[in-house]
Design a binder for this molecule. Structure first.
Ligand code: ZN
Length: 110
């Protein structure tokens, strides 16, 4: 199991984008606008009160581009914040199926 106490910190990326750094020393650059709403949500932003959108699709109240702009501003304002890692780096850890295990599962029809 992954250590759920891992935290991630929002940092400024090298080119004005954002970077997420984990307590385990892993980091990932967030360079795509479309990724900002998801990241911002992790750090406490909410795309719209209606809950019908994750910030990358229009809802009845706001357009996706409005929400992405809002998410970007939110991230700008929260550089240095830390939250519990919701699993950004889990895929890099060994507790997921290895390729070999996936193949085994295919063979046994799981
Ligand atoms: Zn809405």
């Amino acid at each position: 199991m992954a250590d759920r106490s891992d935290t991630i910190t929002l940092e400024r990326g090298q080119f004005g984008d954002f970077e997420i750094v984990s307590t385990t020393g892993q980091s990932t650059l967030i360079t795509l606008d479309w990724d900002y709403p998801g990241i911002a949500s992790t750090f406490g932003w909410s795309p719209c009160d209606c809950g019908d959108t994750d910030g990358t699709v229009d809802c009845d109240h706001r357009t996706a581009s409005e929400m992405i702009e809002s998410a970007t501003e939110y991230l700008d304002d929260h550089i240095g914040d830390s939250v519990t890692d919701p699993g950004y780096f889990e895929n890099l850890n060994s507790d997921y199926f290895t390729e070999e295990e996936v193949n085994d599962n295919r063979r046994t029809g799981v």
